[in-house]
Design a protein around this ligand. Structure first.
Ligand code: MN
Length: 226
């Protein structure tokens, strides 16, 4: 059977040094650093994690972030992205890291005004989180080269001024736990990308500003808001 319309292109994230990682799904965890949970009005304790999704083609390696329509409060959230080479259901914590292909620096861009409204009205979060090009991402680096970072600085600056500064060690739910818990609710598979939450200091950006995000041992990205 042939397709009745042209199939959409495969979404892929460049790999440092060459090659493309094809993306299947994008999962995100909320409030995974205690100080950020507090700034969002939440509880820093280890309450069960919650998840939402972005669209695969929201991942954008271009280094340009088009300020989205219908919002006047678009905020940055620097996050460690985890790319899976394999998945499954009910993955044990001890086997979770064996599913990881590599890591990247990403920014979970958020229409905060629409998120606040969605929360207040108990509506879904997609309108705030899953808009076009809402996840600038740097090149993936393979775990075979850098290992599995569990500590190290995670930072974001806007026009050279430090906004977010944390350490991967401050994650409430660690990468293996995130994979294990997600796999209790979703069948994970090769191509899935997980954004692992943001440290404190989220804030708004404006057109013309430049975001620089870095994670020690993983990389750095520069993204212009256009
Ligand atoms: Mn986030």
């Amino acid at each position: 059977m042939s397709y009745v319309i042209a199939p959409p292109p495969v979404v892929a994230v460049p790999v440092e040094g060459g090659g493309l990682f094809p993306v299947r799904r994008v999962y995100c965890i909320g409030r995974n650093y205690a100080a950020h949970a507090i700034e969002m009005g939440g509880d820093p304790d280890r309450e069960p994690p919650f998840f939402f999704q972005k669209n695969p083609d929201d991942l954008d390696p271009s280094g340009r972030f088009p300020y989205p329509r219908r919002s006047s409060d678009v905020q940055h959230e620097v996050e460690l992205a985890v790319a899976l080479a394999r998945g499954g259901e009910d993955i044990p914590v001890e086997r979770a890291l064996a599913c990881v292909w590599g890591y990247a620096v990403a920014i979970d861009m958020t229409r905060r005004d629409l998120q606040d409204e969605a929360k207040r009205l108990r509506r879904p979060l997609e309108i705030a989180k899953a808009f076009a090009r809402s996840a600038p991402i740097g090149p993936l680096v393979p775990a075979s080269r850098i290992g599995h970072p569990s500590r190290g600085a995670i930072t974001l600056s806007v026009d050279g001024a430090l906004r977010q500064s944390g350490d991967l060690a401050q994650m409430i739910w660690k990468v293996p736990e995130i994979i294990a818990i997600l796999s209790q609710y979703f069948t994970l598979a090769a191509g899935d990308v997980i954004l692992t939450g943001t440290p404190a200091g989220v804030g708004p950006v404006a057109r013309g500003q430049v975001m620089e995000a870095a994670i020690e041992g993983v990389g750095a990205i520069r993204v212009e808001v256009v």
